[in-house]
Design a protein around this ligand. Structure first.
Ligand SMILES: [Zn+2]
Length: 116
């Protein structure tokens, strides 16, 4: 095990920061073993990049839904409503992707050395 900084966002997500110390087992070889442990946590006053993007996309969905509501009231806007609904479906797909990236970033304590 080797020890790293842990950077914690206000959304509760976190990622690994800088390398801090070797464990006793690896100390002599001077290499990191790939098993990551928390050395110290830093709290930053911002959401992680994934949550920021997800929130932006939710905002765009809300706007599209407002437009759809307005068009429904106006009537005769079938094509506009269809296009808007397609845009929402696309945004939801992107949110789903961001969420899966977000959770793969989060839950690999003691895992691979894939993160910097
Ligand atoms: Zn987050």
């Amino acid at each position: 095990m080797c020890f790293y900084e842990q950077i914690v966002n206000t959304c509760g997500d976190w990622k690994w920061g800088n390398f801090k110390a070797h464990c006793s087992k690896e100390y002599r070889t001077g290499e990191t073993c790939g098993m990551k442990m928390v050395f110290e946590s830093y709290h930053v006053q911002e959401h992680c990049k994934y949550c920021v993007k997800i929130q932006t996309k939710y905002g765009r969905i809300a706007k599209e839904e407002d437009r759809i509501k307005r068009w429904r009231a106006e009537g005769n806007r079938r094509a506009s409503i269809d296009a808007s609904q397609n845009a929402i479906a696309e945004l939801e797909r992107e949110i789903w992707e961001l969420n899966s990236k977000r959770s793969s970033q989060t839950h690999n304590i003691g895992g691979s050395r894939r993160e910097r």
